[in-house]
Design a protein around this ligand. Structure first.
Ligand code: IMP
Ligand code: MG
Length: 334
C-alpha cells in the first residue's frame, strides 16, 4: 500500500527544470520518499541534476538513484536496453547504487528498428528526439511489442510492490502530451498527472502536484507555435545564450520566446498544480527585460517584482488548487 503520491509535472514543452525539483524533493531535506517512479516516455527525456556541485544527466533512470531512493521505471515507459545499460554504467562509475533501479516487467522495449524508423521518417519532419519513441508506442498499441521481462536482465526487473511515500517523476510537459498538445507536434505518451496513476495506484493517493515552468518558454523540435524566426530575434537569442538553451538529449538549440501566461494558467488548471515552481528567474534578471504574452499582447514590466506579482495574481485567479508559487533560479544557482 502506498501512503501518498506526489507528482512532479512539466507545465510547458519539457525542459522546465523538473530534474532539479525532483532532486530537491528526494534529497530528504524538506520531504522524504520511499520510492521514485517514472510513468511515461523513454530516453527522449533529459534530466539534469546537480549533486554536490557536480552535474549529472540521465534520460530514462529516475532521479531517486542520486539520493539512495529506489527508482522505478513504470509500465507506461519505453526503454531501449542498450541506452539503459549505458546509463547504469555511467551511474555506477560515478558511485551511485544502481541496485535501486528497477523496471516494470510490462514496460515496453524500444527496438533498434524503432529507432531507425524514427530517425528516417519522423526526426526530420517533426523534430523528434530520434529515440524510437513513437514507433515503440505504435508497436505497444498494435500489441506487437516486446516487454522488459522478455528482454532485460532479471536483476533489473521489478517484482516488488509500491509502498510508502511515492514521488512520481514526470517527463516532457503538458504541451507535448499526446491528448492535450498540438498534434502531431507532440510526444507519444501522456504527460499529465492522471497518467502517473498508471504506475499502479489509485488517483485518491495523489497529494501534491509540483508543476514546473520557466519564466520564459522554450521549445526543442518542430512546432508552429515556435516559428524559426524566433531564432533570429536578437534579444531572444541573447536569452537563449544566457539560459544555455540547448537540448540535453539532442544538443539542439531550443527556440525561445517570452512566457505565454495564458498557456501556463491553462496547464496549471489541467494538471491541478498545487505547488508551482517557475525556474530560471535569474536568467530573465540577467537579461534585464521583463516581458510576457497575456491575452494576445506582449506585456512589459519595469522590473522583476512587477512581473512576478502579475503572474502570481493571474495564476491564483485561474486555479483554486494552487497553494504555493515559488520563483526559482537556474539549477546551478540553487
Ligand atoms: P519524441 O518524443 O522523440 O517523439 O519527440 C516528439 C516531440 O517532443 C519533439 O518535438 C521533441 O523535441 C519533443 N520532446 C520529447 N521529449 C522531450 C523532452 O524531454 N524535452 C523537450 N522536448 C521533448
Ligand atoms: Mg528534461
Amino acid at each position: 500500500m502506498i501512503e501518498y503520491a506526489d507528482v512532479v509535472v512539466g507545465l510547458s514543452w519539457g525542459d522546465e527544470g523538473k530534474g532539479k525539483v525532483v532532486s530537491h524533493l528526494c534529497s530528504g531535506v524538506d520531504y522524504q520518499y520511499d520510492m521514485v517512479a517514472r510513468w511515461g516516455g523513454g530516453s527522449n527525456a533529459g534530466h539534469t541534476v546537480y549533486i554536490g556541485g557536480e552535474k549529472y544527466k540521465t534520460h530514462i533512470i529516475p532521479s531517486g538513484v542520486f539520493h539512495g531512493v529506489p527508482s522505478i521505471i513504470g509500465p507506461g515507459c519505453v526503454l531501449h536496453p542498450e541506452s539503459f545499460y549505458s546509463e547504469i554504467e555511467y551511474l555506477q562509475s560515478n558511485g551511485f547504487d544502481t541496485s535501486l533501479v528497477k523496471v516494470a516487467p510490462n514496460c515496453h522495449i524500444v527496438l533498434d528498428e524503432h529507432i531507425s524508423f524514427d530517425k528516417a521518417n519522423l526526426a526530420g519532419k517533426l523534430g523528434t528526439t530520434g529515440r524510437g519513441i513513437a514507433p515503440c508506442y505504435s508497436s505497444k498499441s498494435a500489441r506487437t511489442g516486446t516487454l522488459a521481462i522478455d528482454a532485460l536482465d532479471k536483476q533489473y526487473i521489478w517484482d516488488g510492490a509500491l509502498e510508502g511515500r511515492l514521488l512520481c517523476e514526470g517527463a516532457q510537459g503538458v504541451w507535448l502530451d499526446i491528448n492535450h498538445g498540438l498534434y502531431p507536434y507532440v510526444t507519444s505518451s501522456e504527460t499529465l498527472p492522471y497518467a502517473a496513476c498508471g504506475i499502479g495506484f489509485p488517483s485518491q493517493s495523489i497529494r501534491n502536484i509540483w508543476g514546473c515552468a520557466k519564466l520564459y518558454d522554450t521549445r526543442s523540435g518542430e512546432d508552429p507555435r515556435f516559428p524559426a524566426e524566433l531564432l533570429e530575434n536578437p534579444l531572444l537569442k541573447e536569452l537563449a545564450d544566457l539560459g544555455q538553451e540547448y537540448g540535453v538529449t539532442t544538443g539542439r538549440r531550443r527556440k525561445v520566446n517570452w512566457l505565454n501566461l495564458n498557456m501556463l494558467i491553462k496547464s496549471v488548471q489541467l494538471t491541478g498544480t498545487t505547488h508551482l515552481v517557475i525556474n530560471k528567474c535569474d536568467i530573465i534578471k540577467e537579461l534585464g527585460e521583463y516581458k510576457l504574452y497575456y491575452n494576445g499582447k506582449l506585456v512589459r514590466f519595469s522590473n522583476f517584482n512587477r512581473m512576478k506579482s502579475f503572474i502570481e495574481e493571474r495564476v491564483r485567479e485561474g486555479s483554486q488548487y494552487v497553494r504555493d508559487i515559488l520563483f526559482s533560479h537556474s539549477p546551478e544557482v540553487i
